[in-house]
Design a binder for this molecule. Sequence first.
Ligand SMILES: CC(C)(COP(=O)(O)OP(=O)(O)OC[C@H]1O[C@@H](n2cnc3c(N)ncnc32)[C@H](O)[C@@H]1OP(=O)(O)O)[C@@H](O)C(=O)NCCC(=O)NCCS
Length: 167
Amino acid sequence: MADSDPLVRTATVQDIPAIQELSACIWPIAYGAILSQAQIDFMLKKMYSTEALTQQIETLEHTFLLLEADQLPRGFASFSLHEIKTYRLHKLYVLSDYQGKGAGKKLLDTVIHQAKEKGANALELNVNRENNAIAFYKKIGFSIVREEDIAIGSGYFMNDYVMQLSL
Ligand SMILES: CC(C)(COP(=O)(O)OP(=O)(O)OC[C@H]1O[C@@H](n2cnc3c(N)ncnc32)[C@H](O)[C@@H]1OP(=O)(O)O)[C@@H](O)C(=O)NCCC(=O)NCCS
C-alpha cells in the first residue's frame, strides 16, 4: 500500500522520545562519512539528551515540527527567533528510507511559512561543509554567506557554512 500523505505538526516535550529515536537512526548515516563515531555520540548527547531537548523547547523556545506518515514519525525540524526578523533553522532531519519523497521540503516550507507569519524576513542555518544537504538548501534558494569553525567541547569542532534565505 502507498504511504499516506505526510502530516506536519508541532511537537511537544511528549515527543522527545520520538525525536531521540529519529536522530539515533538518522545521524550515523548522515554524518558517518563526515564525523567520527565518537563525535557523533558526543553531539547527540549534547543536543538530543532529554535535558537538552527539554531546554530547547521550554526555555529557548525552539519550535519543533514532527513529520508523520501512516502515524509514524519520519522526520523533524526545529527553529527559533535568532535576531530581529531573522529566524534560525536548528535541525532538519528525515529518515534515510523516507528521503527523496518531499518530506524535507515539506518540513522546511512549514518552517518558512511559520517564520514569515511571525514577521521574519530571513532564515539562517549552519550546515557541515561536507554535507550533501548543501545542494538541497541551494535548490530551495539558500546561499552561503560565511564559514564558521565552532569549538563544541572535548576538542571537537563543527566546520560549517552559514547559509541564508531571504523570505
Ligand atoms: C537534507 C534532507 C533534509 C532533505 O530531505 P528530503 O526529504 O530527502 O528532500 P526532498 O525529497 O524534500 O527534496 C526536495 C528537493 O530537493 C532535492 N534534493 C534533496 N536532497 C538533495 C541533495 N542532497 N542534493 C541535491 N538535491 C537534493 C530533491 O531532489 C527535491 O527536488 P525536486 O523538488 O526537484 O524534486 C534529508 O536528505 C536529510 O534528512 N538528510 C540527512 C540529514 C541532514 O544532513 N540534514 C541537514 C542538517 S543541516
